[in-house]
Design a protein around this ligand. Structure first.
Ligand code: NAD
Length: 352
């Protein structure tokens, strides 16, 4: 018999096509009458659709969200928010935009409605990573958890195939690490396996036709499931490495996840054979690590840290940082082991 403790985080989830039209109702449900609309510079179309849906409820807009939630951007947005007297946050965009909304909620306690346009899953987690003076600090707090998530598949149709692949693998990483997490339970196991299977089947369909609504819906559902896993159980070596590479070397978030994940699967395989078998089954391949590497390569995704701009000289330092503090992982994490893993990832070797 399995013994477990499961803590879930509350979230109201509205899912479908054309669901932005329900934003007005969702904002009013939270008591909002004066909305600050938060988005990123490249999201004109999505921001326009949300603005149109909200009409007069929008009293101000901030379009400056950036990756890793820099403190100075949050300060700028806070000024706009207080000058406008906003009483509710609505954000539309990827994990970077959701991060800014969470940072604002942390400081103002305003309710949030988040409209995700990538597969990062941040919208359902109580986690916020912020950067100040070049250092990334991550915290977990119920105060940053969005009250309502409105998934509108239509807003994801414009996500380029390359970003869809890397963001999809970012979601898959949450699911993979949930399966061998020290806190895994039967609910997260099922969510994780469903997410992996949905992503593996939907990505080739999106690559063939980025406007395939059903495939997009599968990816968005998988993002929600995998994000819920990330919110519920602790992560391991993969997330630690990606956090280190993003924080210390400024490597791009989803792309780094995409390169690293097959190598972490290979590293952990000897210590978690049953989990690897279930992942391989969900991916419908004989071996989890090489099967995932082949999937990414077939979709034109990045396969080496070198192509992400990481200098080879950074490998030893990154390995040192990744082992500096102990954390749970199925296989013992050693500096030599991680250095070897990062070297393979740097060269883009296919994991065996
Ligand atoms: P992102 O939000 O930076 O988006 C990537 C790019 O895609 C941006 O240029 C964006 O403008 C563009 N884009 C987004 N949606 C689009 C769409 N529908 N059509 C066209 N272009 C679109 O990247 P991301 O990978 O979603 O998020 C990364 C950030 O999220 C990082 O800061 C990471 O730390 C954070 N994150 C946090 C959590 C958490 O639980 N706290 C989880 C995952 C990621």
């Amino acid at each position: 018999m399995r013994t477990f403790v499961h803590t879930s985080h509350p979230a109201r989830v509205v899912f479908g096509s054309g669901t932005v039209d329900r934003l007005d109702e969702e904002v009013r449900r939270l008591g909002g009458r004066r909305v600050l609309l938060v988005s990123a510079p490249t999201l004109d179309d999505a921001a326009r659709r949300v603005r149109d849906a909200l009409g007069d409820l929008v009293v101000a807009e901030f379009r400056g969200a950036r990756m890793h939630t820099p403190q100075e951007v949050t300060d700028e947005a806070l000024t706009v928010l207080s000058e406008a007297g906003a009483d509710c946050l609505v954000s539309v965009g990827g994990g970077s935009t959701t991060g800014l909304s969470k940072a604002l909620a942390l400081r103002t306690d305003l309710p949030q409605v988040v409209v995700p346009t990538t597969y990062s899953g941040s919208e359902v987690t109580p986690v916020l990573g912020e950067t100040r003076d070049g250092r990334k600090v991550t915290r977990s707090s119920a105060a940053v958890l969005p009250e309502t998530v409105v998934y509108d598949v239509d807003l994801t149709l414009s996500l380029p195939v390359s970003t869809s692949v890397t963001s999809g693998v970012n979601a898959m990483a949450h699911a993979v690490e949930a399966l061998y997490s020290a806190d895994a339970d039967p609910a997260t196991d099922r969510q994780a396996l469903a997410a992996i299977s949905l992503i593996a089947r939907a990505l080739p369909r999106v690559a063939a036709d980025p406007a395939d609504r059903e495939a997009r819906a599968d990816l968005l559902q998988a993002a929600w499931l995998a994000g819920t896993c990330l919110a519920t159980v602790g992560m391991a070596l993969h997330h630690k490495l990606c956090h280190t590479l993003g924080g210390s070397l400024g490597l791009p978030h989803a792309e780094t996840h995409t390169v690293i994940l097959p190598h972490v699967l290979a590293y952990n395989a000897p210590s978690a054979p049953d989990v690897m078998r279930r992942i391989a089954q969900a991916l419908d391949v004989p071996d989890a690590a090489s099967g995932l590497a082949d999937l990414v390569a077939s979709l034109g995704g990045p396969t080496s840290l070198r192509e992400l701009g990481m200098p080879e000289s950074g490998i030893a330092d990154a390995a040192g940082l990744a082992v500096a503090t102990p954390y749970p992982n199925p296989r013992e994490v050693t500096a030599e082991g991680v250095e070897e893993l990062l070297t393979d990832a740097w060269y883009g070797r296919r994991p065996e």
